[in-house]
Design a binder for this molecule. Structure first.
Ligand SMILES: Nc1ncnc2c1ncn2[C@@H]1O[C@H](COP(=O)(O)OP(=O)(O)O)[C@@H](O)[C@H]1O
Ligand SMILES: [Mg+2]
Length: 328
């Protein structure tokens, strides 16, 4: 019987009990990940959580000490060459030379990847333009700002469009404007069909970019899901109420405190108030508690113009999951 090829996998990354040990540190301590192809997947965790170690194993730069990992169905150890042909890791495979200009770097890397001189020039100009670096194309990279440097790193890593791009903390240390530019680039890259695995310490970054998020802490996945699932698993939210009459706000606050047992916050707007909902307080979920609060307000004769139940922020999710403040 001829050996069957591995089944076509809709997963860009699949790991089972992946482990990496450095001395006595279990940097990655049994991680299971399933990254759907064609999406941005966020790996969120504080410094030292094991993000870079996990990414390096997936990119075949580090050998796992236990468990297994597949990239597009190919084992990262047994089939490392096949994996390498489909992935790129910003700042690792594509190292930018500080003494060369933006153009020189990209043309050189393009030539190393086997492009003709003309093709390398074309691709380089196209990427510099797309990343807002045309004006700096002739300048040495050592004179680039932090944001420009991060952008040329990403440009270098997608000279050949990879099927899976690892972005390891692509915006750490950047100012808000540069972060936004990098976010736009990530969105453009994924729109071209590349799967992006992004690690970050920033909750808002995962929230902005990723479809699914794994929260990791001390080498372990402590939560995984869509943004909505993650927030829902914490089971709390915030009720935002707008009243018709500012004069009814005191009464509304008393009703909300009574039904939700929650802290009520009077917003600067005289007709608005916010109450937190703890989904674990009773057997009722946050939505049911909010619905009950709304009917109690009506019973008390309070006229409500607008009523919304919002989900908690990712900061609150991290706090609830780890019992400690998030890294931001
Ligand atoms: N080459 C190494 N040698 C020894 N310890 C390491 C090495 N690389 C990482 N570590 C340790 O492994 C843990 C996870 O590190 P890392 O994967 O870099 O985390 P993150 O990228 O989430 O900040 C940390 O405790 C770190 O000190
Ligand atoms: Mg790291």
């Amino acid at each position: 019987m001829t050996p069957q090829p591995p089944p076509a996998s809709p997963l860009a990354v699949e790991t089972h009990a992946l482990v990496k040990v450095f001395g006595t540190t279990r940097a990655v301590d049994g991680i299971d990940l399933r990254v759907p192809a064609g999406t941005v997947y966020g790996v969120l965790g504080p410094n030292g959580a094991g993000k870079t170690t996990a990414v390096k194993m997936l990119a075949t730069l580090l050998r796992p000490d236990g468990g297994e990992a597949r990239v597009f169905g190919r084992d990262v150890v047994r089939d490392a060459d096949a994996v390498r042909g489909r992935v790129s890791l910003t700042g690792q495979y594509a190292s930018v030379d500080e003494d060369l200009t933006g153009t020189e770097n990209l043309v050189l890397l393009g030539r190393l990847l086997g492009h003709s001189r003309a093709a390398a020039r074309d691709r380089s100009a196209q990427l510099l333009e797309a990343f807002g670096l045309s004006g700096a194309a002739g300048r040495q990279v050592k004179h680039y700002s932090g944001g420009m440097r991060r952008r040329i790193d990403i440009a270098a890593s997608i000279l050949n469009t990879p099927d899976l791009l690892f972005l390891d903390e692509p915006t750490t240390g950047l100012d808000p404007r540069s972060r936004n530019q990098v976010w736009d680039i990530v969105r453009a890259v994924v729109a071209q069909g590349t799967t992006v695995l992004l690690t970050t310490q920033y909750l808002d970054e995962a929230d902005q970019l990723a479809s699914r998020i794994a929260v990791i802490d001390r080498g372990r996945v402590i939560a995984e899901g869509t943004k909505g699932e993650l927030k829902a698993s914490v089971g709390s939210g915030a009720v935002h109420v707008r009243l018709r009459e500012p004069g009814q706000r005191e009464r509304a606050a008393r009703v909300l405190t009574g039904t939700l047992g929650a802290t009520v916050q009077l917003d600067p707007d005289p007709v608005a108030l916010t109450a937190t909902v703890d989904g674990h307080r009773t057997e009722l979920g946050a939505a049911e508690q909010a619905a009950r609060a709304l009917s109690e307000l009506a019973r008390a004769g309070v006229t409500v113009d607008n009523f919304a139940l919002g989900q908690p922020s990712l900061d609150e999710v991290f706090l609830a999951l780890t019992g400690k403040e998030g890294p931001v």
